[in-house]
Design a protein around this ligand. Structure first.
Ligand code: ADP
Ligand code: MG
Length: 243
C-alpha cells in the first residue's frame, strides 16, 4: 500500500490542563473522502487547527503530509504544500467582491510570486468556475446567499490547487436543497481528484459522500468505519444524545 496523503500520529492539544484533542491518529489516503463527526465540543475543529497549523500545531504528536513532517511548519507553508482548510464560520471579506476574496487568498499563497497578478486572476476565475459561482464574481461577498458564501470559501481554498481540502462543517446553516447542491459540488471535486477530509454535523452529507468515517467524542476517536457501520453503532447514537 502507498503511504497515506495525510498521516496524523497520536496528536494532542491541551488548553490549560484540558485535553481538547487527546492522542488522535488518522490517515487519509489519496483520492478518498474521510468524514469526521461527533457532538459539539468533541475537538473536531481543534483537530483541524492543529493539522493545518492555525494558529499552532499539536502539543504532542506528529502530522505528516505527502511524506513530509509538517507539524512544525508555519500555517502558510502547510497551505503551500497543498493542504488547505476552510473554517466553520464564514471567513470572508464582506466588503470585497467575490472575485477579490479569492484574489486575496491567491495573493496570500503566492508569497514570493510563483504567481504574477495576471496568473493569479486567471486562477481565481478558474476557482470561481469550479465552485460554480462565476455569476457572482462582481457581487459583494457580504450580500450573496449563504450557499454562495460557502462555495466562496471553497473557491478561496481551491485557488492554490490543493491536494487535500479539509472542510469544517461546510453544510452548517444550509437548508436541505442547498445541502444537496453542496454535496454534489463536493462529489464533483472528489471525482476530479481532490482528496477531502470533512467535518460535518449534517450526517446525511457524510453518509452520501464519505468512504470512511470517524466519530470523535471528548477529544478521542470513539469509532471508525464505513458510514453504514458508524451510523448504526449504538455508541454513536449515545454520544449524540448527550448534546
Ligand atoms: P468541536 O469542533 O468538535 O465542536 P472544538 O474543537 O471547537 O469542538 O472544541 C473542543 C474543546 O476545546 C471544547 O471544550 C472547547 O471549549 C475547547 N477549546 C477550543 N478552542 C479553545 C481555545 N482556544 N482555548 C480554550 N479552549 C478551547
Ligand atoms: Mg467545530
Amino acid at each position: 500500500m502507498t503511504a497515506p496523503l495525510l498521516d496524523v500520529r497520536a496528536v494532542s492539544r491541551f488548553f490549560g490542563g484540558f485535553p481538547a484533542v487527546a492522542d488522535v491518529s488518522l490517515q487519509v489516503r489519496e483520492g478518498e473522502i474521510l468524514g469526521i463527526a461527533g457532538p459539539n465540543g468533541a475537538g473536531k475543529s481543534t483537530l483541524f487547527n492543529l493539522v493545518s497549523g492555525v494558529p499552532f500545531g499539536p502539543s504532542r504528536g506528529e502530522v505528516w503530509f505527502d511524506g513530509r513532517r509538517v507539524d512544525r511548519l508555519a500555517a502558510s507553508r502547510i497551505s503551500r504544500a497543498g493542504l488547505r482548510r476552510t473554517f466553520q464560520s464564514e471567513q470572508l471579506f464582506p466588503a470585497l467582491t467575490v472575485l477579490d476574496n479569492v484574489l486575496v487568498a491567491a495573493a496570500y499563497l503566492g508569497g514570493g510570486g510563483i504567481f504574477g497578478h495576471r496568473a493569479r486572476r486567471a486562477e481565481a476565475e478558474r476557482a470561481l468556475e469550479t465552485a460554480g459561482i462565476s455569476g457572482y464574481a462582481a457581487d459583494l461577498a457580504g450580500d450573496v446567499p449563504l450557499l454562495v458564501k460557502k462555495k466562496l470559501m471553497i473557491a478561496s481554498a481551491l485557488v492554490a490547487r490543493p491536494r487535500l481540502l479539509m472542510l469544517d462543517e461546510p453544510a452548517g446553516g444550509l437548508n436541505t436543497e442547498d445541502q444537496r447542491e453542496l454535496t454534489e459540488l463536493l462529489r464533483g471535486l472528489n471525482a476530479a481528484g481532490l482528496t477531502l477530509l470533512i467535518i460535518e454535523h449534517v450526517l446525511s452529507l457524510l453518509r452520501e459522500l464519505a468512504g470512511r468515517m470517524i466519530v470523535l467524542t471528548a477529544g478521542s476517536v470513539l469509532v471508525e468505519g464505513t458510514p453504514r457501520e458508524v451510523l448504526s453503532d449504538p455508541r454513536v447514537m449515545e454520544a449524540y444524545l448527550g448534546e
